[in-house]
Design a protein around this ligand. Structure first.
Ligand SMILES: O=C(O)C(=O)C[C@]1(C(=O)O)C=C[C@@H](O)C=C1
Length: 278
């Protein structure tokens, strides 16, 4: 199974992706790109069997590039991975003048940085592992990443200056595993749909959600993203705690489809959740 995720090697996405290649899978099966959009595109184009993308963090919220990639591409979600995120501050020495990391990681450590390093510049890069590479080459840069990345290459080892620097002890990120649309599943405890109503009137959102409430289906998440068409026009990402194998889920989605005549509904499929520790 060819799996693609956010690189370079050592990202949290890489750690989550290892759960997909399986116990006897090796890192050879995992390839990397530095854009979430490219991960999803690689699956659509058949270059990879699975893509692992971060979708939501418990402190910082949505990874909007991932939501938009799911809106724009015809793919299936076949598994959800939840991993704890424990960040460390890594550098060649304690005298550094900038901190480089993924925007989500910088935001998850905002209070720590303000309290302990108020004068350093913060720079967002494509991933936490990219930040580690920069810190290896540049003595003025510190990275925020998984502590094990400090010693991933022995010749360029970094010092772990502080551990567990995320603003809350319980910091977790949810990733989804995307697959070709032909592999969309009906089995699973959760289902994700993306709804573009392409209209707006009082009570529209209520109407779109009522079909689930009426069938006793719990919503586990709803997120709106700008459609890009016009200001105030939205695409809704809806996750429900029920599978497509259940008649009630199929019926609720059919009602939503009938309500959005001028728009569309994309059913990403049903899937289960796996908790991954690393
Ligand atoms: O940069 C990484 O290591 C990633 O895998 C990306 C990412 C994210 O986009 O949220 C994944 C988990 C953490 O929340 C921080 C960063």
């Amino acid at each position: 199974m060819k799996v693609i995720t956010l690189g370079p090697a050592g990202t949290y996405s890489h750690r989550a992706a290892r759960a997909v290649v399986g116990e006897d899978g090796d890192d050879e099966a995992i390839s990397f790109t530095e854009s979430v959009t490219d991960i999803v595109a690689s699956v659509v184009e058949g270059e990879a069997d699975r893509g692992v993308v971060p979708i939501e963090n418990s402190i910082e919220g949505s990874v909007t590039e991932s939501l938009d990639a799911l809106t724009d591409s015809d793919v299936a979600v076949v598994l959800e991975l939840v991993t704890p995120i424990r960040h460390a501050l890594l550098a060649q020495s304690s005298s550094f003048s900038r901190v480089v990391s993924h925007a989500q990681a910088l935001a998850q450590c905002r209070s720590y940085l303000e309290a302990n390093h108020p004068d350093v510049t913060q720079e967002a890069v494509a991933s936490t592992a990219r930040g580690v590479q920069i810190a290896r080459d540049d003595p003025t840069a510190a990275a925020i990443a998984h502590p094990d990345t400090a010693s991933d290459t022995p010749d360029g080892a970094l010092r772990v200056l502080a551990e567990d620097i995320q603003d809350r002890t319980s910091n977790a990120t949810r990733f989804v595993v995307v697959a070709p649309v032909s592999e969309r599943q009906e089995a699973g405890g959760k289902t994700s749909i993306v709804v573009y109503p392409n209209t707006n009137y009082p009570g529209l959102l209520l109407e779109l959600l009522e079909p689930f409430a009426e069938r006793d289906i719990n919503l586990s998440r709803i997120e709106s993203r700008p459609s890009g068409e016009r200001l105030g026009d939205y695409v809704f990402h809806v996750d429900v705690a029920a599978g497509l194998y259940e008649d009630r889920t199929q019926e609720a989605i059919e009602v939503v489809e009938s309500l959005v005549g001028g728009g569309w509904v994309r059913t990403l499929g049903s899937y289960d959740t796996r908790h991954v520790l690393y």
